[in-house]
Design a protein around this ligand. Structure first.
Ligand SMILES: [Zn+2]
Length: 128
């Protein structure tokens, strides 16, 4: 079972991938777990990025009236399917992205990944 803390970030990534053809550069600004196996994400195309401060590299979001704002609904199982596919391709644990560490309350706190037992290797991955 995949940790929802990671699934939300992965859901954002999934949405960005889905939108890439229609709106290149579209990024997720806001997301929410809808509670019924579904995520709702909202994003837009940002053309300006912060150049300084603690949020350096983060987008300056366009005004609400900007036509690139879209709300996208994503099924949890589609995100999981993407992760399973990536895991099969890379052999890295989809939960920790191969780092062996998982989120433990904040961006600076981590603990050994429970899914791969902190090895970073996808459980069941074939090692050739
Ligand atoms: Zn892991």
């Amino acid at each position: 079972m995949l940790d929802p803390n990671f699934s939300i970030r992965d859901a954002a990534r999934y949405a960005e991938r889905q939108m890439a053809d229609e709106l290149p550069g579209w990024r997720v600004a806001w997301w929410q777990y809808a509670g019924d196996g579904r995520f709702v994400v909202k994003g837009a195309v940002s053309t300006r990025y912060r150049t300084r401060g603690p949020r350096k590299g983060q987008p300056h979001w366009p005004a609400q009236a900007d036509p690139t704002w879209r709300e996208v609904s994503i099924m949890n199982e589609d995100v999981v399917a993407m992760l399973v596919e990536e895991e099969a391709k890379s052999g890295k644990c989809a939960h920790c992205k191969g780092s062996g560490q998982q989120w433990a309350g904040s961006d600076t706190q981590t603990q050994g990944c429970l899914r791969c037992k902190a090895t970073g290797v996808a459980p069941g991955a074939r090692t050739t």
